[in-house]
Write a protein that binds this ligand. Structure first.
Ligand SMILES: C[S@@+](CC[C@H](N)C(=O)[O-])C[C@H]1O[C@@H](n2cnc3c(N)ncnc32)[C@H](O)[C@@H]1O
Length: 364
């Protein structure tokens, strides 16, 4: 029998939270995604109930926000009771409570990019002097990470890379990131990779089918190519102008048991398309700042009835309408005809009031 005091303590250790309920095999992916969005309640213990995991969200996060994070993934969002974890700091705020003022604590980053065992933080200029303390605090809370990096500047240049600075842990930029069971070799210093495109990689792969010839024009380290060939007996020609990205893709091909085949190519995508003697059922143009200039090349090699996944950054009102207008104009200028655009959607926020958009375009 519990004393009144003990009963109160127990009550205090149990809290009601909104949670995401997913089958066990999607648990780690869901946990990472909530953590990336700063929505995971790391103070609560994740529960397993009848082969499903119940993953708690922070109390201030609304159901609509959680639903938006998982807009591409079928999952249940429901309230449940959770045990509180007790020992050690559970958040950067807690870990740095005695070091930073209240105002500084409110500026701490809440969302991170988690890539394999590397965490990438954006340190606001006001907290620059505390950056390595923030890095060490992060490692003390998230013990499965080896390295904490800070973003230095924006993604830029032909290879779409940026500089990073070590905050804490092992001095490295290379790791292996896993998306839906697909292992991806990544080196942030030499080739583009964003974990925020996970759902888009998965979405496009889910549209592909066996026997397709696919041209991934700007493959980077090859996430689309790997997702597609993991599950489909299709051939993906994966082209990138950045040789370092293609070498990483070759490592990933060795690491995964693929059903289909990936043909990694170091080339300019236009040169490849114009030298190519076959056509493709699907073309992926995920180079949102540059793909516009390659639509003519894609139109040269898309099979009649084939699909082009066209990506672009769009700012301003009604980005869906702008996207439709843009891709229709480009395809028409290339001498082909759009027969249908079954999907136009926002992939992610790319800047304030700007989105990375995608249009799935069926070509006549
Ligand atoms: C946004 S990143 C790639 C994203 C990749 N599809 C992904 O999902 O991670 C764009 C890529 O285009 C490559 N690139 C830029 N210009 C190119 C060109 N002319 N031909 C082929 N690749 C190019 C860059 O090296 C970079 O890897």
């Amino acid at each position: 029998m519990l004393t009144n005091h003990q009963a109160k303590e127990c009550d205090r250790m149990r809290v009601k939270r909104l949670c995401v309920r997913v089958p066990k095999h999607l648990g780690e992916h869901t946990r990472q995604k909530l953590l990336e969005h700063g929505a995971l309640d790391i103070k609560c213990r994740i529960l397993e109930v009848n082969g499903h995991l119940m993953i708690p969200t922070r109390p201030e996060i609304k159901k609509s926000v959680v639903a938006k994070i998982f807009s591409d993934t079928p999952c249940e969002i429901c309230p449940h009771e959770f045990d509180m974890l007790s020992s050690g700091p559970r958040s950067l705020e807690e870990a740095l409570a005695g070091v930073l003022s209240h105002k500084e604590l409110s500026l701490l980053p809440r969302a991170y990019d988690l890539i394999g065992d590397i965490a990438v933080l954006e340190i606001p200029p006001e907290l620059e002097q505390y950056s390595s303390q923030i890095g060490y605090a992060f490692l003390s809370i998230h013990k499965n990470f080896k390295t904490v990096l800070a973003k230095e500047g924006a993604i830029s240049g032909l290879t779409r890379t940026r500089k990073y600075r070590l905050l804490a842990g092992e001095n490295k930029t290379r790791t292996v990131h896993t998306e839906y069971g697909v292992k991806i070799a990544v080196d942030l210093a030499v080739a583009y990779f964003s974990p925020r495109l996970l759902e888009e990689h998965h979405r496009v792969a889910s549209l592909a089918s066996d026997g397709e010839r696919v041209f991934d024009m700007f493959t980077g380290v090859g996430p689309f190519a790997l997702h597609i060939t993991k599950h489909h007996a299709s051939d993906v020609v994966a082209v990138d102008i950045n040789g370092a990205a293609i070498i990483l893709l070759m490592d990933s091909i060795d690491m995964n048991q693929l059903t289909g085949r990936v043909f990694p190519v170091i080339s300019d995508a236009r040169d490849y398309a114009y030298a190519c003697t076959v056509d493709f059922h699907r073309i992926i143009m995920n180079h949102p700042s540059g793909s516009e200039a390659f639509v003519d090349a894609a139109c040269r090699v898309i099979a009649p009835g084939g699909v082009i996944h066209f990506y672009s950054f769009i700012a301003g009102n009604n980005p869906e309408a702008q996207m439709e207008k843009k891709i229709t104009r480009l395809v028409t200028a290339a001498g082909r005809k759009v027969s249908d655009i079954p999907t136009i959607r926002k992939v992610r926020d790319s800047a304030p009031y700007e989105f990375q958009m995608v249009a799935d375009v069926v070509i006549d």
